[in-house]
Design a protein around this ligand. Structure first.
Ligand code: ZN
Length: 130
């Protein structure tokens, strides 16, 4: 298993990690690549890397889960909104690998989504041959 270390720089941001995931394939020709975040206030998504769209995604998350809406978890560490956004996104994606390449659509990129930064983060990349 490979680890990608990230240092996020903002409270909320989308970081395109497609290139780093490709570097982590390690010569596997055929299989499935699982990209997983072990944090409870982050997400992993696949979508298009376009600045307007990235802003739209973050706006949507903020509309769905406004900050400090009386959440019980805010009494502990004031970041309930980040946990709730994280559960909407999910912690992982699985991407087919063929001929040593990630099988992504033309506009598809893999993003790490920071929801409670800035922080040091990790992403695990696990290859399953097959
Ligand atoms: Zn928390």
């Amino acid at each position: 298993m490979e680890t990608i270390d990230l240092e996020t720089t903002r409270g909320v941001e989308l970081i395109d990690i497609t290139g780093r995931v490709k570097e982590s394939l390690g010569g596997i020709i055929s299989g499935v690549c699982i990209v997983f975040t072990p944090h409870t206030t982050t997400g992993i998504i696949v979508n298009e890397n376009e600045d307007g769209l990235k802003g739209d995604i973050l706006d949507l998350l903020n509309e769905l889960v406004p900050i400090r809406r009386g959440y019980r978890h805010d009494r502990i560490d004031d970041n309930a909104h980040a946990h709730l956004k994280s559960l909407l996104l999910g912690p992982s994606v699985a991407i087919p690998v063929e001929n040593g390449e990630l099988i992504l659509g033309t506009w598809q990129r893999i993003f790490f989504v920071e929801l409670d930064g800035p922080r040091r983060r990790k992403v695990y990349v696990k290859m399953i041959k097959g």
